[in-house]
Design a protein around this ligand. Structure first.
Ligand code: KG4
Ligand code: ZN
Length: 340
């Protein structure tokens, strides 16, 4: 079960992989230019039963065959999370099944592993979503060293906010990517935050990221262009700004990831989260890793939020003998599990 943001999703997985997966993306938020928490929770309540039914039908399993119930317990929107957590608790309690709360971002790592047999620890994980940007070293499933994270906006959040400034719809990532095609990425000078050649591995800034200043720089250039034109941005300007922004984000993400590969000697890189859909990011990471490592990236369906990744993480924990207590609660700021 996954209800942390604006996708209502249920899935059935077993040792062979995904047996059934249903995802309802809430489009009720588009008109507001971002996710409205209250609407998200209400939409989850409306959709979740049907998603579970669809996933089970697709899997061809009935209730008796279910061995455990996994659910995203955080991080995310608390009202949205509560819908899934309470649904999962009620179902597990009624059917006397083990309950497993899953961290959403750890779920994203399992999402990629569902599609790539070799995406197993040890690996460097780059998790880039709408709410989080994390670079970590996975030593084993459930044992992670956090290398770096964003100090302000998440990568996806920056895509969404820049898209909004450029007049593109929500969610912004795919629209920025499309607008960037054919755009001149080097037309405007944009910063590469936290990317200095003199950074040293012990520095906190060596792996950390920041996208808020970049977002502001795009907004400032957009405002200057609009003032010069005395009109809205032209399609060419939108395209060039989108390309420049995307290239700057990708430069930072690729460089930080390569630093992690070089410093840890860990050659496998597992990409996860909605921004993992970005084709420029995938292309540039694949190029840079072609001689020094291997890149495992999820398909678009498993990159963005889905319950298969949550079920896979829960399956792993269940196999390890783990259980969540009946007091399991939704935690909007749940800490990444297993940090060493
Ligand atoms: O992982 P996800 O589905 O939800 C969260 O856990 O936040 O990620 C959603 C984010 C949004 O910010 C969206 O703009 C971004 O992923 N995204 C993209 C692309 N497709 C989705 N960002 C850049 N390029 C894309 N093609
Ligand atoms: Zn996510």
């Amino acid at each position: 079960m996954e209800t942390s943001c604006d996708e209502t999703s249920a899935a059935v997985v077993d040792e062979t992989g995904i047996r059934g997966l249903a995802i309802a993306s809430q489009d009720a938020h588009a008109a507001f230019g971002g996710v409205v928490p209250e609407i998200a929770a209400r939409e989850h309540i409306r959709a979740l039963d049907a998603m579970v039914r669809h996933a089970m039908q697709e899997a061809g399993v009935d209730h008796e065959e279910v061995a455990g119930v996994g659910v995203t317990a955080g991080p995310g929107l608390v009202g949205a999370l509560l819908v899934g957590v309470n649904w999962a608790k009620a179902y597990a309690f009624a059917r006397k099944l083990p309950l497993l709360g899953v961290h959403h971002m750890e779920g994203h790592l399992f999402g990629t592993a569902l599609e790539h047999e070799a995406a197993r620890p040890p690996f460097i994980g780059l998790l880039v979503s709408g709410g989080h940007t994390l670079l970590l070293e996975a030593r084993a499933w459930g044992r992670y060293r956090l290398l770096g994270q964003t100090r302000d906006d998440a990568a996806g959040e920056a895509f969404d906010k820049v898209a909004r400034r450029l007049g593109l719809p929500y969610p912004g990532g795919p629209h920025i990517q499309r607008a960037a095609e054919g755009g001149a990425a080097d037309r405007f000078p944009l910063p590469r935050p936290m990317l200095r050649g003199r950074d040293r591995p012990g520095d906190p800034s060596y792996y950390d990221m920041s996208f808020s200043g970049l977002k502001t720089a795009v907004a400032r250039i957009a405002a200057e262009c609009e003032a010069d034109l005395e009109a809205d941005l032209t399609a060419d300007l939108v395209s060039d700004l989108a390309a420049g922004f995307q290239e700057a984000v990708v430069d930072v993400l690729v460089e930080k990831t390569l630093r992690a590969v070089e410093r840890t000697g860990c050659r496998r890189v597992v990409l996860g989260g909605g921004v993992a859909r970005n084709s420029r990011l995938r292309q540039r990471l694949a190029e840079r890793l072609s001689s020094s490592g291997e890149l495992y990236a999820p398909s678009p369906r498993l990159a963005t939020d889905n319950a298969a990744m949550i079920a896979a993480a829960a399956r792993h924990r269940l196999a390890n003998g783990e259980r969540s207590p009946w007091s399991l609660n939704a935690d909007a700021a749940l800490v990444f599990p297993g940090l060493v």
